[in-house]
Design a protein around this ligand. Structure first.
Ligand code: SF4
Length: 640
């Protein structure tokens, strides 16, 4: 089915079994002095086992001052080689190919991470880290060029099959390449030839140390997508220079920290959106080109390869969501692929908190050993109350371990509130996770009872060994005058289509649910106003998701009132307190309540002391994001 994906590829002298690449993604699993940990190794090993043609690790710092995150790997000294050799050995045991990405963060880091002032071609602060860097002297530049070469040599000694030089995303090499960040007037700045000198000298140094045969990829942003940054024409010219300099492949990405939504695009960004940049680079070089960017499906990858736009397809978050993606695609098990849904909650969300990354749809990511599903010693009868994503996850894992599992859902469908969460713009891919969970329930023999609520009587009669309560949450109705009027509805009811929404809408509550609900109705032609008591809206969204959401609200002329607690709901609007004064906002035909949820968990009290194991998970325990719900469900299934 996927003849282009599963044809062998070649980068330099290295042959890959297929065209699927895991690109570098910072995982934060190493020690703070850049040593490999078992967690780091097991994470990559899972991908090798899953059949990826090439794994490119996250950025190995060439110098401790070049770290952009606290727990990334490093090969800045020989003592680090052995630990990373253990990684390459484990990947090679599965016949995988692994390249080390090597980099220096330059100005895209800060004091807290490196303990000193960042460095850069010019003393201009990164718009995200906001720290003015030290302007590198020519001697310091020469020293760093040596460090790149030394790091590549250590990678070779550690058994890597090649290196990828990170010249993308606004890190140090990219800072030199771009007039956006390079304002030098010496031989490393000013003209195009001078700005490319640092990159070219790095490649020459690497080649001198590792030899002509050791494969070297260069990663570059096709367009930096910032005012004054490089565009695709610059990139094409640089790619030609790099081929001439001895690079074996070009990996085309996009963006810098100033356009962070391009580096880590949320679901609002179209699939394969960078591929046309890759195609343009491919026209001017004869070495292989790798593309990347929101590609999460084998059909997309096959189409890109078949259309000749790139030679390899890198799929980062798809590999977090399902490290077995290539093996499943090759076997035609397409319904078993756990697809990345573009939520950013555990990958980028954790990364921006400088924490180890995870994945909402795959709690095993980064905890391959700790959370491995193993057969249960004794087969138990397990009842799960609630068919939302937490309950389904618990049921899947318990059944996978060999238990007899019954899942009770009081409505006629599985998915719970996640179904509604998928309704607003750019959220449609969330459904893919529900579809995957339903497929796994069937695969592992979970007996699903729809339109059936689990009752204490049923538990008493059937005597399960364990009950998992995953009964979710229900919307909070505020205790204010007018909340019971007929034109007042909850966001849940509004999104589910249970009620007709008038043309003029006020949404009370500017959190994730309220803002996305407002966005949905604004996109469907309604006049929408958001009223929020806090100073900002959508602060619980991931940064890149929020960026697109706010743009959409602006485009749709959604009115936003912040610092405006609602005192009363009237027949045609709301009365708020703003700056100490009461103010009427309206007119409105429908008022939508989105001020949060409360747990629904009566079953916990009713079953207390009546069943051997009773576990409460997800919103039934405490309303939070889907990430926590899925993880708790998974762990509940694991503990039985
Ligand atoms: Fe994809 Fe969300 Fe998992 Fe990140 S956390 S890899 S965006 S599904």
């Amino acid at each position: 089915m996927f003849k282009h994906i599963f044809s062998p590829g070649k980068i330099g002298r290295i042959e890959t079994s297929n065209r699927l690449v895991v690109p570098a993604m910072v995982a934060n699993y190493c020690t703070d002095d850049g040593r490999a940990t078992e967690r780091f190794i097991a994470y990559h090993e899972a991908k090798a086992k899953g059949g990826w043609g090439l794994i490119i690790t996250e950025d190995y710092a060439v110098d401790p001052r070049g770290k952009g995150f606290p727990n990334i790997p490093g090969l800045w000294e020989d003592a680090q080689i052995d630990g990373h050799a253990a990684l390459t050995k484990r990947v090679h045991n599965w016949r995988g190919k692994i390249f080390a990405q090597i980099y220096h963060a330059g100005r895209q880091t800060n004091h807290n991470i490196i303990g000193t002032q960042p460095v850069a071609p010019s003393p201009i602060a990164c718009p995200v880290n906001q720290e003015v860097p030290h302007e590198l002297t020519v001697d310091e530049i020469k020293e760093l060029i040596e460090k790149f070469g030394d790091c590549a040599l250590r990678a070779k000694k550690a058994g890597f099959d090649g290196v990828e030089v990170h010249g993308a995303h606004g890190y140090l090499i990219a800072q030199f390449l771009s007039p956006y960040s390079n304002k030098r007037t010496d031989e490393y700045g000013g003209s195009f030839i001078n700005r490319t000198r640092f990159a070219r000298e790095i490649i020459a140094n690497i080649r001198a140390k590792v030899g002509r045969d050791f494969p070297v990829i260069f990663r570059i942003s096709g367009d930096e997508l910032v005012p004054g940054g490089r565009n695709i024409e610059d990139t094409k010219a640089i790619a030609m220079m790099l081929e001439e300099a001895g690079v074996d492949a070009i990996h085309v990405s996009a963006g810098v920290y100033g356009s962070i939504e391009a580096v880590v695009p949320p679901a609002a960004v179209p699939h394969g959106w960078i591929t046309d940049f890759a195609a343009q680079v491919k026209r001017v070089v004869s070495i292989p080109v790798i593309t990347v960017g929101r590609i999460n499906d084998p059909f997309l990858a096959e189409s890109i390869l078949a259309s000749g736009k790139a030679d390899f397809v890198a799929m980062g978050r798809a590999s977090l969501a399902d490290p077995e993606f290539p093996n499943k695609a090759a076997a035609g098990m397409l319904e078993d692929i756990n697809y990345c849904i573009g939520c950013l909650q555990a990958c980028i969300g954790n990364l921006f908190k400088n924490e180890p990354i995870g994945c909402l749809v795959n709690p095993l990511t980064g905890r391959e050993t700790e959370l491995a599903v193993k057969p249960a010693e004794t087969r138990k009868k397990v009842f799960v109350a609630g068919g939302g994503i937490a309950g389904m996850e618990a049921a899947i894992v318990a059944a996978q371990r060999g238990h007899e599992v019954h899942l009770f859902e009081k409505t006629d469908r599985l998915g719970g509130e996640f179904i509604l969460a998928s309704i607003p713009p750019n959220k449609g891919e969330l459904d893919a996770f529900i579809v995957w969970q339903k497929r796994q329930l069937a695969k592992f023999g979970v007996q699903v009872h729809l339109n059936m609520e689990l009752t204490p009587e049923a538990v008493e009669t059937e005597k399960p060994d364990a009950v998992i309560v995953a009964t979710g949450g229900s919307p909070i109705i505020p205790n204010i005058p007018g909340a019971d009027k007929p034109h007042v509805v909850t966001a849940f009811d509004a999104l589910s289509g249970k009620t007709t929404i008038g043309h003029r809408v006020i949404v009370i509550g500017g959190g994730m649910v309220g803002t996305e609900t407002a966005d949905h109705f604004a996109n469907h032609g309604k006049e929408v106003t958001i009223v929020e008591m806090l100073p900002e809206i959508a602060t619980d969204e991931e940064a890149a998701v929020r960026l697109f959401l706010m743009r959409d609200l602006e485009k749709n002329k959604v009115k936003i009132y912040v610092n405006s607690p609602v005192k009363e709901i009237t027949d045609d609007g709301v009365i708020v307190t703003r700056e100490g004064r009461e103010e009427k906002i309206g007119p409105a035909d429908t008022i939508i309540l989105a001020i949060g949820a409360k747990s629904v968990n009566e079953l916990e009290n009713e079953l207390s002391g009546k069943v051997e194991r009773l576990i409460v998970v997800g919103d039934a325990l405490k309303p939070r994001k889907a990430l926590e719900a899925v993880e708790e469900g998974y762990k509940a299934g694991l503990t039985l």
